[in-house]
Design a protein around this ligand. Structure first.
Ligand SMILES: [Zn+2]
Ligand SMILES: [Zn+2]
Length: 416
């Protein structure tokens, strides 16, 4: 066909209407994404290819599934779908000394794909440019989208809607427990009673029972009272909370946690651990010198203060210099917010030979027999993830587990 040669250059001259004519046979297969449609324009259904990948990403104009170069053929074979929107983010190293680098990256008009800029590439040294074009299979005709005004209205609308559609991947907020503690609203204005109470550096006991651990010092009146019963076995009769209900004195510090760097402060009123920026002054009021506390802590045996070298620090290999590993089997997964547990389970599962054989070994079969929407298929997403982890192909940039997480959620509802 002579048209192939005509359109391949992208800037070839053509009369208005020719492009429309070319698309006519395919018009019934081109859909405009509606609000309920998931538009997979950031990641291939079968691999971790994205518009950042060398071959870019092909988005089916009928199902809005995304495919990397090596996986779109399968979709074409299965469905006969010919029209795809090809998305590609080009990354170029900037010529040193070239002017015009003052444009802030995010406002660069050349970027219209909703992708993260890889943190590996210093954005001052690289420039990005997004490209979108319609590709017609199997002959691979390309229609650059600057020609959009010459296309049939339906195609223009469909391309616009696809490019502006929200990614089906939910972006989660970071773990709230990982956030910094907030200063208590009571810290600044806390009134401390001049009742002469002096707290000794050791030998504490609850004022209302015999407990000698899990004790809290109320910062208003200096009363020492036991905390609640916790899962970690640190027992308590809840006398500190009881005292708050009677008095409304809002802040308490846990005895045994006081060091020159700070202390664990709880706000009964705000019902959460808080920061007390005036903790040194509040402790001094009851005769506690923060700077002395670390010195005496080790000497305190009678008050059962255990050294705080926790299992947590051991598990995390705290203080140990770790070397990043790359290659097959050393591929990491991105934490999408509360997905670290899922990542860890998946890493463990794919270290087991039976799982490797069942999913990665059977990958071609699983992919060929996958349902029309592979993004919702458990086997497909397991094979995809296993291959991603074990092939080493994605060993450099951290991977995402978005689709497997979605599928797991849908299948089991427990990963909430
Ligand atoms: Zn008590
Ligand atoms: Zn987590």
């Amino acid at each position: 066909m002579q048209r192939a040669a005509l359109f391949r250059g992208g800037d070839a001259q053509m009369a208005a209407g020719d492009l429309g004519e070319l698309l006519v046979p395919y018009m019934p297969t081109i859909r405009v994404p509606k609000s309920g449609d998931r538009v997979y324009k950031t990641e291939c259904a079968f691999s971790y290819d994205s518009p950042d990948s060398e071959g870019g990403l092909y988005v089916c104009m009928n199902t809005f599934l995304g495919f990397g170069r090596e996986h779109m053929e399968r979709h074409y074979r299965k469905t006969g779908q010919c029209v795809y929107l090809h998305l590609k983010r080009h990354v170029r190293q900037k010529v040193p000394g070239a002017s015009g680098g003052a444009l802030p990256k995010r406002r660069n008009a050349k970027l219209f794909l909703d992708l993260e800029i890889s943190s590996d590439l210093n954005s001052d040294d690289f420039e990005y440019e997004d490209e979108a074009k319609l590709v017609l299979f199997p002959d691979h005709y390309e229609i650059s989208l600057p020609n959009i005004e010459e296309l049939p209205a339906l195609v223009t609308i469909a391309c616009d809607a696809l490019l502006s559609a929200k990614s089906p991947y939910r972006k989660q907020e970071p773990d709230s427990w990982e956030e910094e503690l907030q200063a208590s609203k009571h810290a600044k204005t806390l009134v401390q009673l001049d009742n002469g109470v002096r707290i000794p550096p050791s030998g504490w006991k609850c004022c209302r029972c015999d407990l000698r651990e899990n004790l809290w010092l109320n910062l208003t009146d200096g009363s020492v009272l036991c905390g609640k019963w916790f899962f970690d076995g640190s027992g308590g009769n809840g006398h500190a909370t009881e005292h708050y209900r009677e008095t409304g004195y809002p802040l308490a510090v846990k005895l045994g946690t006081i060091t020159p760097d700070g202390a664990d402060v709880y706000s009964f009123d705000e019902e959460e651990p808080v920061l007390d920026p005036h903790i040194a002054k509040h402790l001094a009021h009851f005769g506690i010198d923060m700077l002395q506390m670390q010195v005496t802590e080790n000497g305190l045996r009678d008050n059962d203060i255990k050294p705080r070298v926790s299992e947590w620090e051991v598990i995390q290999e705290a203080g140990v210099k770790l070397k990043p590993m790359y290659g097959p089997g050393y591929t990491g997964m991105k934490n999408l917010g509360n997905s670290c547990y899922l990542n860890a389970v998946m890493q463990a599962i794919f270290s087991i030979p039976e799982f490797q054989r069942a999913y990665v070994g059977n990958l071609p079969r699983i992919f060929d027999y996958s349902p029309l929407d592979p993004t919702q298929d458990f086997n497909t997403q397991m094979a995809k993830l296993g291959h991603g982890l074990l092939s080493g192909q994605y060993s450099k940039p951290p991977m995402k587990s978005e689709l497997i997480e979605q599928v797991m959620k849908e299948e089991h509802k427990v990963f909430a």
